[in-house]
Ligand binder design. Structure first.
Ligand code: FAD
Ligand code: PHB
Length: 423
């Protein structure tokens, strides 16, 4: 069979949030891209993952004109509850930092991005196979793949964006002698369930108890998402519904509180890992999102980090195509990693502070409770949590990073503090 050759400026591997956000941002900057995705649209839209969007991510959806459904169907949350040994301690984001987060499921973000891509005429190809990247250190890298109809194809491009998630292929194209894999595995996982019942509480509850950690989250007015700490090697069928409810009740017990029960329609075990690939670039390959780093979900940071990476990458590519300068592209990894490592710290910190660690001594446990007490009773402590949870700007706030005269500059300007926009 003859190979079809397609030409574009940026070849994007993966149509998760990172890949689709990047394609949209590049379109705003007048840069062409083709997105290649292994899975079907239906499969991606059925995968339960993130629930919380930082303020900056909400602003990004607005800047792309894709926020209507998110605002109508999602929920603004102005705080979270930390439940410490049965006592409710609210962290009030509105009061502490004047910001909020949005509860809106990742599948819905994906659907909005995919529908928006079709409306914008972006070239997104689902169900492709055999994706491989080539000649990344040349001026003309390429991606070979088999199209959904079985046709072998080659995408010739100027740059390759590896947005293919934690199990993708792109990062392995960075040679071992160039790449450092920073990795940490946690001795626990999360057991996640989806429940058909109205929310148990108006805001998310992060519960640290002697029975382990639990998170009570939500999806819609009639669906909840809940997690509890489990052995990372556990399997969904080891837990019948009665045992799941017993465990969740034990972790979240508090005076006057009751979980709203309903049919459990999905069960999964989620491993907890921290990972960073450094550098996040090699030649003309740039990694973004989970392809370059993963965080444990406790800080709700993963998808939000993807938004930051692609905002920086889109601006760096705009600078290259518009001004012929590769300074921002050269600095991409360092720029993106500055934000990534802050989020790595926050995610690790939330995870360590809230979970029961196997083999922990009484000293470890008392110290953990002391830390939770400090974070929830000191304004300085809770302000750090509120600032980190609601998120840092997606792009560096230094004057001059954006070009204010371009459509992309205007779209990303909402990320900057007012003084940086006028500077
Ligand atoms: P992905 O969403 O993984 O997308 C990568 C895409 O690339 C996939 O569609 C995949 O099919 C495709 N792909 C892979 N290999 C190839 C290949 N060889 N060729 C072509 N395509 C390929 N984040 C938050 O910000 N907030 C939260 O509240 C939050 N909660 C979470 C809860 C859970 C339980 C989990 C598991 C994660 C959570 N996250 C959260 C993290 C978030 O889901 C991820 O960080 C996010 O999906 C990363 O987006 P991405 O586009 O980088 O990667
Ligand atoms: C979710 O709703 O799935 C969710 C929310 C907050 C987290 C992790 C997951 O920290």
């Amino acid at each position: 069979m003859t190979t079809t050759t397609v030409r574009t400026q940026v070849g994007i591997v993966g149509a998760g949030p990172a890949g689709l956000w990047l394609a949209h941002l590049l379109a705003v900057a007048g840069i062409d891209s083709v997105v290649l995705e292994r899975r079907s649209r239906v499969e991606i839209a059925a995968t339960h993952r993130a629930g919380i969007l930082e303020q900056g991510t909400v602003d990004l959806m607005a800047a792309l004109g894709l926020d209507a459904r998110m605002r109508a169907e999602g929920y603004a949350h102005h705080g979270i509850e930390l439940r410490v040994a049965g006592e409710a301690r609210r962290v009030d984001f509105a009061d502490l930092v004047g910001r909020a987060v949005q509860l809106y499921p990742q599948q819905e973000v994906f659907s909005d991005l995919a529908d928006g891509a079709a409306a914008r005429g972006l070239d997104v190809r689902f169900e492709v196979a055999d994706v491989a990247v080539h000649d990344l250190t040349s001026q003309a890298p390429s991606i070979t793949f088999t199209d959904a109809d079985g046709t072998p194809a080659r995408l010739v491009c100027d740059f390759v964006a590896g947005c293919d998630g934690s199990r993708g292929i792109a990062k392995w194209a960075i040679p071992e002698n160039v790449r450092t894999d920073h990795f940490r595995e946690y001795p626990f996982g999360w057991f996640g369930i989806l429940v058909e019942a109205p929310p148990s509480a108006p805001e998310l509850i992060y519960a640290a108890s002697d029975h382990g950690f639990a998170l009570i989250s939500q999806r819609t007015a009639t669906t909840q998402r809940m997690y509890f700490q489990c052995d990372p090697t556990d399997r969904p069928d080891n837990w019948d519904d009665a045992r799941i409810w017993d465990q969740l009740e034990a972790c979240t017990a508090a005076p006057g509180f009751a979980l709203t029960r309903g049919p459990i329609v999905d069960k999964t075990v989620i491993p907890m890992r921290s990972y960073v690939c450094e550098p996040m670039q090699h030649g003309r390959l740039f990694l973004a999102g989970d392809a370059g780093h993963t965080v444990p979900p406790t800080g709700a940071k993963g998808m939000n980090l993807a938004a930051g990476d692609v905002a920086v990458l889109a601006r760096s590519l705009e600078r290259f195509y518009r001004d012929g300068q590769h300074d921002l592209l050269d600095a991409y990894s360092a720029t993106a990693l500055a934000r990534v490592w802050k989020a790595q710290h926050f995610s690790w910190w939330m995870t360590s502070m809230l979970h029961t660690h196997p083999g922990a001594s009484t000293f470890d446990r008392r110290r953990q409770l002391g830390e939770l007490d400090l974070v929830t009773t000191s304004r300085a402590g809770s302000t750090y949590l509120a600032e980190a949870y609601t998120g840092w700007p997606l792009i560096p706030t230094r004057p001059g990073f954006l070009d204010p005269d371009t459509a992309l500059g205007a779209a990303l300007a909402s990320q900057l503090p007012a003084e940086a926009v006028t500077a």
